[in-house]
Design a protein around this ligand. Structure first.
Ligand SMILES: NC(=O)c1ccc[n+]([C@@H]2O[C@H](COP(=O)([O-])OP(=O)(O)OC[C@H]3O[C@@H](n4cnc5c(N)ncnc54)[C@H](O)[C@@H]3O)[C@@H](O)[C@H]2O)c1
Length: 337
């Protein structure tokens, strides 16, 4: 049987193929496609029982209907987050869905810190300058992190890994979550109301999933509470931040640095080469004009370790589907026979 994978990145393909070959030495073939799954491309899944998707594929009800009509029965999402999949529609259409509930949280936590350090110490500007043989330090001054306050929004696996690093820097730890993490408490984290976290933190890092009640968690009100010279980093999901409110805040000269690995409207842009096109997303274009904003293209998870684990777990999820098993990665079990 041929299994089709959408939105496969160049560096991801060998790892996915390796995991696939190990599990299905003969019997199934993997077809990796560079393009993403959406309403235009959904018909290309026709005849494929198993479809592999990723964060920037669109699996809304109309797309899922095309898949189901074409014979698809199982969707294996190659990520932890699944806000791009309409699970209710999938269940109604008899499509089973699995995701990768665990892979190296260090990949994302370490990248979030990469953004923090880069914006705090003005690394982008510094690197551009030295390339131009301009060795001045004007405008490159950062701040020590030791003794400053970090606000960790979401202290699950990634938030906890981020907190351990913050502890290593000697920072005061504030957290906000619906459930307190004993590991973070043991590091000295104080759980506080969200408003207090925004008001007291010198650095806010987001690690909650995107859900209806976390949508625009960083809105105009939250941004107004933040210190003028605070740093904001989002390596979770773009929809957590109200981009218009963030632009307004930056225009007012507030916040000393912002690191964004994710963006509300990233689907159809991130992971793609748009360098030869006119940038039609005015908000993204405006974000890029601020020298204290660093945007990366949803690459926090992109380490060899994490992508290898995602590939292995995705293949295990497909094996479970063929064996009729459900487990911790199952979001929608196969319909009862
Ligand atoms: N940029 C990337 O490459 C990348 C990669 C992987 C994950 N992520 C994002 O990171 C997020 C966190 O991943 P994780 O592995 O730490 O997940 P996790 O499930 O271990 O942790 C999520 C935390 O958020 C908390 N939470 C859930 N709903 C909440 C709510 N409504 N209000 C407040 N807190 C809530 C949970 O209690 C939990 O502690 C994912 O949902 C995903 O969006 C991004």
């Amino acid at each position: 049987m041929e299994i089709v994978a959408y939105g496969v990145l160049v560096d991801e393909e060998p790892l996915l193929q390796e995991a696939f070959d190990k599990a299905f030495a003969d019997g199934h073939e993997l077809r990796c496609l560079r393009w993403f799954l959406d309403r235009d491309t959904a018909p290309t899944a026709h005849g494929h029982e198993v479809v592999l998707s990723s964060v920037n594929d669109t699996l809304d009800a109309p797309v899922l209907r095309v898949l189901a009509e074409g014979g698809t029965r199982m969707i294996a999402q190659r990520s932890t987050g699944y806000n791009n999949i309409d699970l209710t529609a999938a269940e109604e259409l008899g499509l089973s869905v699995a995701r990768v509930s665990y892979y190296s949280p260090y990949s994302v936590a370490e990248f979030a810190w990469t953004l923090v350090l880069a914006v705090n110490r003005r690394i982008t500007r510094a690197a551009l300058r030295t390339r131009d043989f301009d060795f001045r330090l004007d405008g490159l001054m950062g701040r020590d992190l030791r003794g400053r306050t970090v606000g960790v929004v979401g202290t699950g696996k990634i938030g906890a890994a981020f907190t351990r690093i913050a502890h290593g820097f000697g920072m005061r730890l504030l957290g906000w979550d619906i459930a307190e993490n004993p590991e973070c408490l043991a590091l000295g984290m104080e759980y506080v109301p969200r408003e207090r976290l925004f008001a007291e933190a010198d650095l806010v890092s987001l690690h909650v999933p995107l859900l209806p009640d976390t949508q625009h968690l960083v809105d105009a009100g939250a941004l107004a509470l933040m210190k003028d010279d605070a740093i904001l980093v989002n390596s979770s999901r773009g929809g957590l931040v109200d981009t218009d409110a963030l632009l307004e805040t930056l225009r007012a000269g507030r916040l000393s640095g912002v690191g964004l690995d994710v963006y509300e409207e990233e689907a159809g842009v991130f992971f793609l080469d748009k360098s030869l096109e006119v940038m039609t997303d005015e908000r993204l274009a405006r974000l890029m004009t601020f020298s204290n904003v660093l945007v990366t293209s949803h690459q926090a998870y992109f380490t060899r370790d994490a992508v290898g684990q995602i590939a292995d777990t995705t293949v295990a999820n497909i094996e479970d589907y063929f064996a009729g098993r459900s487990g911790e990665n199952t979001l929608v079990p196969p319909p009862a026979a």
